[in-house]
Design a protein around this ligand. Structure first.
Ligand SMILES: Cc1cc2nc3c(=O)[nH]c(=O)nc-3n(C[C@H](O)[C@H](O)[C@H](O)COP(=O)(O)O)c2cc1C
Length: 365
């Protein structure tokens, strides 16, 4: 019996297996609005074999987007556009859908990857950015304005408002983006947070604003709907957040009523690099799962079905997510099921593929 394909329950959400499509920005929205690209992309992933697909970082305010092409849920047009896409994407396949809610902080006002991935130049309609401290993400990046108490209140309310919109659209799970150097992670990390007020200094202080977001959001998310956070397992720098901190952060978020933690890592500054070995976040996830005793998902160079299977069979995580693997092979979950002797739900239109297609070859040996 494959551990990867065992059903899993997260709060009130029943999932048919433990495979998750990691959120992936498509940089293809129109002023925050999803369009036919997203419909095609998400409809495809609804049939990937993963029980849960997490929609890309979706931003709580216009200036909180990473690029001009990032998704948002900051106005009625954004909500209507995403509602249309999700209605159709759900009809295409059987996956449940979560959504990642985000604010890009000092990494906002950036170019799309295929336009340079740097900060937006003056002729490309850049905008002012905000962050824990007025320190640019990298040498040529915009200098953010230090977040004020008024900004905190506005952004917190924007998170609540976006999450309410996501719930109205019918998302099955909500994930707060607290990793990869964006606003919340920027507060948590001592590398990017140099504040001297009650929001800087000790870990307790650095967590104060991010935890207040989690608390405010939790108060509007019904308890059956899983609410989680993607956090950083390590800043991969001696002066940054460590796996010990990740355990402490996970515990603090759990105390705010968070249902799951996704362990990712990296991105605190432009020049930090993640390890390149397969499953580099898995040992950190295993610690968080055990020591914080919270349902834990992980991500990062999980490449083969057997690798995913081993992570779960050895109880190093409760769910595994893949990003690039699903872009490379949108039926990754189908092929993993085949490799591990499990089954996944396929649309009736595609029933002639899969086990029936492979059976004669198997019989011949
Ligand atoms: C095209 C692309 C877009 C991404 N966008 C997001 C995102 O919106 N939110 C997020 O937390 N991570 C994002 N990531 C990171 C992935 O979710 C994942 O954590 C990372 O790629 C490592 O997993 P992998 O080795 O399976 O690709 C993105 C990655 C890719 C390749």
């Amino acid at each position: 019996m494959s551990a990867l394909f065992l059903p899993y329950r997260l709060a009130g959400l029943e999932l048919s297996n433990r495979l998750v499509v990691s959120p992936m920005c498509q940089y293809s929205a129109d002023d925050g609005c999803a369009n036919d690209w997203h419909l095609m992309h998400l409809g495809m992933l609804a049939n990937s074999g993963a029980a849960l697909v997490v929609v890309e970082a979706t931003h709580v305010e216009r200036h909180g987007r990473i690029t001009h092409g990032c998704l948002g849920l900051y106005n009625d047009d954004n909500e209507a556009a995403l509602a249309r896409v999700m209605l159709s994407a759900r009809r295409a396949g059987s996956a449940k859908f979560g959504i990642q809610i985000a604010h890009a902080g000092r990494k906002a006002s950036a170019q799309k990857p295929w336009e340079g991935a740097g900060p937006l130049p003056p002729n490309a309609d850049p905008w002012p950015t905000i962050a824990a401290s007025p320190i640019p993400w990298g040498p040529s990046w915009h200098t953010p304005r230090e977040v004020t108490e008024a900004d905190m209140e506005r952004v917190r309310q924007a998170f609540v408002s976006s999450v309410k919109r996501a719930l109205r659209i019918g998302f099955d799970a909500i994930e707060l983006h607290m990793a990869h150097g964006y606003l919340a992670h920027g507060f948590m990390s001592p590398v990017s947070n140099k504040r001297t007020d009650q929001y800087g200094g000790s870990l307790e202080n650095r967590l104060r604003f991010p935890l207040s977001i989690a608390r405010a959001v939790r108060s509007v998310v019904p308890k059956e709907i899983p609410l989680g956070a993607r956090i950083t397992g390590s800043d991969w720098r001696p002066d940054g957040l460590t796996p010990d901190d990740a355990v402490a952060i996970a515990k603090a978020l759990k105390d705010e009523g968070i249902d799951f933690i996704c362990i990712s890592s990296g991105g605190v500054t432009a020049d930090t690099r993640n390890p390149t070995e397969p499953g580099y976040n898995v040992p950190i996830a295993a610690r968080v799962k055990k020591e914080a005793n919270v349902p834990t998902r992980t991500v990062g160079l999980i490449l083969t079905p057997q690798q995913a299977e081993d992570i779960l069979a050895q109880s190093k995580a409760d769910q595994v997510s893949l990003a690039r693997g699903f872009l490379d092979d949108p039926h990754w979950g189908w092929h993993a099921a085949k490799a591990l002797g499990a089954e996944v739900k396929r649309p009736v239109q595609y029933e002639r593929a899969g086990p029936k297609l492979w059976a004669p070859a198997a019989a011949k040996g």
